[in-house]
Design a protein around this ligand. Structure first.
Ligand code: ZN
Length: 568
């Protein structure tokens, strides 16, 4: 009786356990997939969750000091990754025959007490702006001080999107306004739409990201950009903008798209005051009009922005770690894998544990990348074309290492078929679903579907397309130079659990560990899922490598123009 009672009491646990064990062989095995040679399948099967664990454990030790770019800890991490490449037989593919591609960076911290902005109308009194509560700004040029006095041009959403016949930079005569040496005043986000054919409906395109607005205005020679913040449009409050600007921000040294003396946000009420000063009436009315096709043209205001900006500037160098496994064919075609190794370093001002270990973010992606690299290098058959593994730096500073990699790829971008990126895969069991945002836009998608099915992984749509997640991870840096790219991420369904359990794990992690010193290695982590997604990515990469031609964006995609431009 006791025995039976015990069984009844443990029913919930016992119900889960046999499921896990029954499915374990499935988790370990690599399914047969058309186009995958048996030897490659065996190489993928050799991917070992305990090796991934060892990498994650090492990279997240306190000894590595949170891997902040430009620090000793990040250098140790880079040396570790390079050493692991060497031990596995992965060839160097960085600068001068090394594994390291050096990335020059400049960190800028606005000196808030000494920086002054004012709005100067053609007639009447100037309005001084309070730094912090009304305006925040960064000088992207990395100079210690800057002064300018420049006319302000209202350019609506600041978007030029030929595919949607949209040009906010066209003046009343239909011609592009001259922005050289001027300040662009722009609305946050993109024209509202429910039509999938117009700025992808409710999904955010890159045109809606504030980074795009800075880049586009910089390309047109603007000296500054004022982004108008309105909480409902931004989906976050002014405090978020203010806090994110209150810290140091890094840029790539010499980035041709980061040349603004004032990359700034202004608070909604300040923008209204500016509108009133310029005789343009109601700001919210103007925002509404600017979102309607054909209703807006750029207009220069009779108001100038007067600026005195002082910055504390720190120049430093970090490195991407890049390795290569040669292909059977000498043809110049390649597949890339990426995973950032940097994290947030040490917070010198914090009390108690102040080391941001970044075990999940992104020790896990590095562990997966290293184990895939080992499996490729030690495969008894070579992949059809070359395969590159790049562990990139300065992701947390704004995807800077991957941006540099995209600008200076070891093979021309036009010959890179595909990039698969791995970032923060919680090692909490064997996933039954994957999220591959952006993969559906690539002509390789039917193969992705076949492989996911073979791995018993359900494909999940992006749960929040309006958040623009695609533009916030390293694969985007390669997509913007035309390379088909996406991240491999797990969904919420894990073997032996329901989705609610998975969701609860993620919510708990985000609330208590994400970007906090407590993102630390745990001995009870289960790396079988990381291994499964490494095998899944291995097979995807092998099949992409086996294609006669590179993968491509579907016709009309926002990255198609960049792809064409990457081919002389
Ligand atoms: Zn990350």
């Amino acid at each position: 009786m006791k025995h039976i009672q015990l069984l009844a009491a443990m029913a919930a646990t016992l119900f889960a356990l046999p499921l896990v064990h029954a499915q374990q062989p499935g988790a370990e095995a690599v399914p047969a997939v058309p186009g995958l040679p048996p030897a490659a399948r065996a190489a993928a099967t050799s991917i070992d969750p305990e090796k991934i664990r060892a990498h994650v454990r090492f990279l997240s030790l306190d000894l590595l000091e949170g891997r902040g770019p430009g620090t000793r800890g990040a250098e140790l991490a880079a040396e570790y990754i390079a050493t692991q490449f060497a031990l596995a037989g992965v060839a160097p593919a960085g600068d001068n025959g090394t594994y390291f591609q050096h990335v020059p960076l400049v960190a800028v911290h606005t000196n808030e007490d000494r920086t002054k902005f004012s709005l100067v109308p053609a007639t009447g009194q100037p309005i001084d702006l309070a730094y912090g509560s009304e305006i925040v700004s960064k000088d992207q040029t990395g100079q210690a001080a800057a002064d300018f006095d420049a006319p302000i041009v209202f350019v609506g959403y600041g978007i030029h999107a030929p595919e949607y016949h949209w040009d906010d930079y066209a003046g009343p005569d239909g011609k592009g306004v001259d922005l050289r040496g001027k300040v662009a005043l722009v609305i946050v986000n993109e024209p509202p739409s429910d039509d999938p054919g117009f700025f992808k409906g409710r999904a955010l395109t890159y045109y809606g990201r504030w980074t795009y607005k800075y880049e586009e205005a910089a390309r047109r020679g603007a000296v500054g950009v004022l982004i108008i913040h309105r909480t409902d449009l931004a989906s976050y409050g002014w405090e978020v903008v203010r806090n994110s600007q209150a810290i140091e921000k890094s840029y790539l040294e010499g980035d041709p798209d980061a040349t603004l003396r004032a990359a700034a946000w202004i608070q909604h009420d300040v923008a209204q005051r500016l509108f009133t000063l310029a005789g343009l009436g109601n700001l919210d009315q103007a925002i509404q009009t600017a979102g309607k096709p054909g209703a807006f043209h750029a207009v220069e205001l009779p108001v100038r922005l007067h600026a005195h900006i002082e910055s504390r500037v720190r120049r430093y160098v970090s490195a991407n770690v890049v390795g290569r496994v040669p292909g059977a064919s000498a043809a110049n075609q390649a597949v890339f894998y990426t995973a950032h190794y940097d994290h947030l370093g040490i917070d010198q001002n914090a009390k108690g544990d102040n080391i941001y270990n970044g075990a999940a973010d992104n020790g896990t992606g590095c562990g997966i990348l290293l184990e895939m690299a080992r499996a490729f290098a030690q495969s008894p058959v070579r992949p059809p074309h070359a395969v590159y593994f790049a562990s990139v730096t300065a992701e947390e500073q704004g995807l800077l290492g991957s941006q540099f990699l995209g600008m200076h790829p070891p093979v021309p971008a036009g010959q890179i078929s595909l990039d698969l990126n791995y970032d923060m895969l919680l090692p909490i069991g064997v996933p039954r679903s994957v999220s591959l945002g952006g993969a559906e836009r690539i002509d390789f998608w039917p193969t992705v579907q076949t492989v996911a099915k073979a791995f018993d992984l359900a494909l999940l749509p992006d749960p929040t397309p309006s958040a623009g997640h695609y533009y916030r991870s390293d694969h985007f840096s390669l997509a913007r130079v035309g390379i088909p790219a996406f991240s491999v991420d797990q969904g919420e369904l894990f073997e032996g659990h329901d989705e609610a359990w998975g969701r609860a794990q993620f919510i708990d992690f985000v609330a208590h560990h994400y970007h906090q010193p407590s993102d630390e290695y745990r001995a009870d982590w289960d790396f079988r899922g990381n291994a499964k997604l490494a095998r899944f990515g291995f097979v995807l990469g092998w099949l992409a490598s086996g294609q006669a031609k590179t993968a491509e964006w579907q016709a009309g995609d926002e990255f198609e123009t960049a792809r064409k431009a990457s081919r002389p």
